[in-house]
Design a protein. Sequence first.
Length: 101
Amino acid sequence: MSQLEVTILGQSYVLACPEGGERDLLQAVAAVDSEMSAIRDAGKVKARERIAVLAALNLAYQLADAPSKSRGNTASTPNTQDLERLIRRIDAALSDDGRLI
């Protein structure tokens, strides 16, 4: 098992990585960093924890939606209003006490 030092949203992390998995891990880091940066740059969310939760949800949704897209089914593709409504609901839930758990 090797270790890689990576940067996500300007913060350095040392991650364990199985031998031969470096490329995949770096691609995952790039996806997370890109998603978090996009949320931060949109200016609607400031707290790093909220950005991380929203990024995780966005990436999980993309992964869950990938099988339907590969079958050519676009009927389940969310529209912008649906995604914005989901973001507002998550933000409201997190704003109640500022804790993730």
